[in-house]
Design a protein around this ligand. Structure first.
Ligand code: XIL
Length: 314
């Protein structure tokens, strides 16, 4: 019989191929965390802004608590994120090109010093056109600098990440790539450029708003992305649906498409507690601790998948 799968203990014991994780809200261990999830992404605590409020002054205390929890319980930790056009420190605006590049490299160094064994790093977040590309990208290579790839600032960001995080799996991360063909088709060339240089270990698909997508489209998009040969990580899944049964039905429709896809190595849900999710109706546990039907179904489903019930990628 398979025991209920999503516990840290069970994850520790088996080392199966996939994880199903969640965010760790800022502050103390959120209630019931270890009952459900076996991978942690800090919600905000490893973003550059909160970590380096003044240049050279670092605050990693919240993130360190999560990281230590992960190490103690042997569950994977994802550092989210190094380069992003949002939640970066204000003081960065006041620097000039070279000084800014040095500041970026110092941020990498500080992160690497404090999280040397982070299993995963979201190196670059939301870089696709029209999203939140890093506004200082010209300081780190621009589009066609030294390498002439069209995405040189991203190549630079990953080269530095390889240098400072040699033990981590390096990921790119973005939204709408599983919701829109046009967005996916902008993403794939970047993934290929990084893969050709051996700079990438996984491609992150945030998946906010995935409730708007059908199972058939989801499957085709995963197949198209998987053809790059780079493992896929669903990184910020939430199903923003107020009605309990509609949410459950959508979870039943979409979750297996992702979990059973051979290229998908892990699924991280972005929040689960009512009142503490970034997207209002995406919670899976009500504030009284009871499960919404989508959560109950998810547990049952995970317990039934043979051989993959207690997942952690090794
Ligand atoms: C969100 C957090 O959940 C919020 O608490 C914060 O106010 C804003 O950021 N894409 C990402 C995440 O990569 O970092 C964002 O997290 C949600 C969208």
């Amino acid at each position: 019989t398979s025991s209920f799968p999503l516990t840290a203990d069970a994850a520790m014991a088996t080392g199966k191929a996939k994880f199903v994780g969640n965010i760790w809200y800022d502050g103390n261990a959120p209630s019931k965390y270890a009952d459900y999830w076996n991978q942690i992404t800090p919600e905000n605590a490893t973003k550059w802004g909160p970590c380096e409020p003044q240049q050279g002054v670092y605050n990693f205390s919240q993130a360190k608590a999560m990281y230590n929890y992960c190490k103690t319980n042997k569950i994977p930790f994802k550092f989210h994120t190094l380069i992003w056009g949002s939640q970066y420190p204000n003081w960065l605006n006041n620097l000039s090109g070279t000084a800014r590049k040095t500041a970026i490299e110092n941020w990498y160094k500080a992160a690497a010093q404090n999280f040397p064994d982070a299993e995963y790093i979201d190196v670059v977040n939301e870089a696709m056109p029209g999203h939140a590309p890093f506004p200082f990208k010209n300081d780190i290579g621009g589009d066609n600098g030294l390498y002439g790839t069209g995405w040189d600032w991203i190549v630079w960001s990953f080269e530095m990440a390889r240098k400072y995080f040699p033990n981590s799996k390096l990921l790119i991360n973005d939204y709408n790539v599983l919701n829109e063909w046009s967005c996916l088709d902008q993403y794939i060339p970047v993934v290929k450029i990084l893969k050709a240089r051996n700079l990438i270990d996984g491609v992150g698909c945030q998946s906010h708003g995935l409730e708007k997508t059908s199972a058939a489209n989801l499957k085709s998009r995963l197949d198209r992305l998987a053809a790059t040969g780079v493992p896929i990580y669903i990184s910020e899944l939430d199903l923003d649906i107020a009605d309990d049964n509609t949410q459950k039905n959508k979870m039943q429709e979409l979750f297996p498409v992702m979990y059973e896809h051979s290229a998908v190595k892990g699924i991280t849900i972005w929040g689960y507690l009512q009142g503490r999710t970034w997207i209002p109706n995406s919670h899976l546990l009500r504030s009284d601790g009871s499960e919404r039907p989508a959560m109950t179904w998810l547990k049952q489903y995970m317990a039934k998948v043979p051989g993959e019930d207690v997942p952690v990628e090794t």
